[in-house]
Design a protein around this ligand. Structure first.
Ligand code: 5GP
Length: 189
């Protein structure tokens, strides 16, 4: 089967193999740290961390008895730049009081989303609260959100694929890619 690169993709930054190695590395570190506190609750942040949460959960040893929940936030709307205002779109379906909670996020850029989630979930009295991020873009941090597990450090560019979108497109790509500049041409400053 031949794979066709969709229109607008300039370059692949991390292919499926690099992503799966990063996920395996993260799962190894998480398994070691939670070995004595089994039953970690993975809280995936929709929609971007959809595939990452699923792959991470499957890479963890069954002895960890991982549970999965999701919440949804927005800060980008349909643009490639953050509005700077984070909003909760969908809350989790269970209480996290007394649980070992691991926030599973696709990417941390200015840090506002992760810091918002850490405040929100921290106020709900979990037994512990850590964060695992697939991609780190450390160039434009505005707040110092603590990241406990980082998969890959990403160039300072807007990325799509493996769950990450631009205007709801490209989420299904099995790799992480950079977009061609003309894709953003219609955005207003
Ligand atoms: P932050 O609040 O740290 O700036 O950004 C976190 C959120 O912004 C991520 O969960 C993601 O939804 C979105 N985001 C940040 N950088 C990118 C990017 O390069 N590509 C995509 N598709 N989303 C991004």
């Amino acid at each position: 089967m031949t794979s066709v690169t969709p229109e607008g993709i300039e370059a692949i930054l991390f292919d499926a193999d690099e992503i799966s190695k990063a996920v395996a590395r993260l799962a190894g570190a998480i398994a070691r740290d939670y070995a004595t506190d089994p039953s970690v609750l993975l809280v995936g942040v929709l929609k971007g961390a959809l595939f990452f949460t699923a792959d991470l959960a499957r890479a963890l040893p069954p002895s960890l008895d991982p549970r999965i929940d999701f919440l949804a936030v927005t800060s980008y709307g349909n643009a490639s730049r953050s509005s700077g205002e984070v909003r909760l779109l969908k809350d989790m379906s269970e209480s996290i009081e007394g649980k070992h909670v691991l926030i599973v996020e696709d990417i941390v850029d200015n840090g506002l989303t992760l810091s918002y989630l850490q405040d929100l979930l921290g106020r709900r009295h979990p037994a512990s609260l850590r964060s695992c991020v697939l991609l780190d873009k450390p160039y434009r941090r505005r707040v110092d959100a603590k990241v406990d597990y980082t998969g890959l450090v990403c160039p300072d560019t807007f990325v799509v694929g493996y769950g990450l979108d631009y205007q709801e497109k490209y989420r299904n790509l099995p790799y992480l890619a950079k977009l061609e500049p003309w894709v953003f041409a219609g955005e207003v400053e």
